[in-house]
Structures are given as structure tokens and as C-alpha cells.
Design a protein around this ligand. Sequence first.
Ligand code: FAD
Length: 300
Amino acid sequence: GGYLILAGEAGLPILKANHEAQIAEGADIVLEDAGQLARRFSWLSTEGISAGAYGRGGEGWFDAHALLMLFRKALRERRIDFITASVTGIAREGSRVTGVALDNGETLEAGIIVNAAGPNAGKVAALAGLALPVEPRKRNVFVFEAREKYADMPLLVDPSGIYVRPEGSVYLTGGAEPEEGDHAPDPNDFEVEWPLFEDVIWPTLATRVPAFEAIKPTRAWVGHYDYNTLDQNAVIGPHPEVENFLFANGFSGHGLQQAPAVGKALSELIVHGGYRTIDCTAFGYERVAAGRAFRELNVI
Ligand SMILES: Cc1cc2nc3c(=O)[nH]c(=O)nc-3n(C[C@H](O)[C@H](O)[C@H](O)COP(=O)(O)OP(=O)(O)OC[C@H]3O[C@@H](n4cnc5c(N)ncnc54)[C@H](O)[C@@H]3O)c2cc1C
């Protein structure tokens, strides 16, 4: 299924601007008004909706763990060594990093170090004496059952930021965490916050899809966004002063879809000394050093 991003009056200019960028790149995404959306999706309530951008083809969702396993399998065939240990120290000589210390007592020399530590990336950068504004931010995902099954339901994003999509015979939903007070993350906090479902998500879902008035939550889990507090966007490429320390961090909840491109870009940087197929310069650390935000609008 594709994505259906909905906007009310306030979000309409951003939705339109994003849609223009998408179609300029050849994406099969249509911008429809409330009437068109109501005709396309009979189960949808367009109350408070001005328009929606719907990906008709060439987009969708996939199983993150399966993707990871496919990459691992492909790497094994290319004689990559996997080491299961935690990096606890990074050695630095002047403007170069030279190796890492592991929690199993080993040390490894390194010509290049890539920080790909997800929500822990800020702490790993700090081991090299480098500042990176990336920290874990708790996110709840809820699973629910509903009597009605809508085979044509895309991943629907409400203007509130709450999303829902079918997953086999059930539905997944989330996106209710408030921006305000979303601080002091404890990286070991995996406690599900059920009130978010009861008080925020369910009423929103019931408004957007009236049949979801009667649903049954079954289970839930918590993950942590690899949250870039500067601009919720990726930091990719070398540190300007410590050039053999590379960042692949701060994806802030949209790293999975970017992962294959980021991996390719960084491998080109390492092998050829420059980006070839995809230029990630705009995501460079320079903006972090300058405190200059590079925002992606309409991310969840
Ligand atoms: C609830 C939720 C929903 C999401 N939904 C989406 C979505 O719809 N679309 C999307 O594109 N993205 C989504 N994301 C974001 C996406 O999962 C992340 O951006 C992505 O997984 C980041 O990949 P990564 O490889 O950079 O980091 P991770 O997958 O976090 O991997 C980091 C790895 O580094 C290891 N590590 C950390 N510290 C150390 C250390 N000191 N030494 C050694 N190893 C270390 C960790 O153990 C881990 O294996 C979601 C995230 C969450 C939490």
C-alpha cells in the first residue's frame, strides 16, 4: 500500500510544496481534495481535511527486520567480519581517530570509523570527543483488531501526526507522543504508555475512520527514535576536523527508508573519496557545527 498524508487548512501549503517536489522527481503521488478522497476511500471521514497526498504506486511499507537480515546475508557473502561487542572507547590522535576499544577487552585499529549507532549515536560521538545532537526518543506502537477490513487502506497520516496502517489481519498505529515534554529520554525505558492509545489515538482514529469506533487493542511495543534535536534530519558524512570519523546518524524516525541510499553514499565516499550516485552534502555535519537547521517538513 502507499501513503496517504492528510492536511487541514494549516498544513495545506506544506503538503502542496512537498507534492510539487515529489512529482518533479517522478513519484506517482496524487494530490486530492476532500471530495475526491471521500470518493476514493469510502471508509474515510474527511472532517477537517482540505487535501491529501496519496502514493498510488511505487511506494509502500516493508518488514524492517527482514530487510536487515537480507543486508546481513549479502554482507556475509562478501567476507565481512561481524563482531558482537560494544564500543566503549575511541582513540584519537589530533585530527584523526585511530581505533576503538570494545567491552570484551579487545581493541581494534581503524583507518575509518563510521558512527552508525542509532539512538546511541550522540554517546558514541562523545567517545571521540565530538558533539552530535542525537539522542533516544521513546515512541509507542500499538496493534489493534477491527471488525472491518479495508484492503485498500494506505498508511494514513492524520494531520495530528497519528498514523495507522493495516498489517495482515490487524492494524498498527502510533504517533501520539507530544512534542512538548518529549525530553530526558531514558534509553532503557521500554514501558508502553497505554494512556496514549486510550486518550489520544483512539478518539483520533474514530474521527478519521468512523468504523474504528469499535476496535480492540491487542498489544504494543516501544522503540526509540534516533532523534536529531537540531532539525530531526540525518547527519551524513565526515566530521570537518576529524575527517576519518563519518556520521550516519540522526534519522529521527525515517532512517529505514533512507538506509540503502545512505549506505551507498557513504561507501562511495569511503571508496572513491566523493559522492557519485547520490549527493548527501546537504546532510553534512557543517550545519550541525553552525547550528543551522535543515528541516524536512511533514515527517512523523
Ligand atoms: C517506533 C519506530 C517506528 C519507526 N518507523 C519508521 C518508518 O516508518 N520509516 C522509517 O524509515 N524509519 C522508521 N523508524 C526509524 C528507523 O527505525 C531508524 O531511523 C533506523 O533503524 C536507524 O538505523 P541505524 O542503522 O542508523 O540504527 P539502528 O537500527 O538503531 O542500529 C544501531 C546499532 O548500533 C548498535 N550500537 C549502539 N551503540 C553501540 C556501541 N557503543 N557499540 C557497538 N554497537 C552499538 C546498536 O546495538 C544497533 O545495533 C522508526 C523507528 C521507531 C523506533
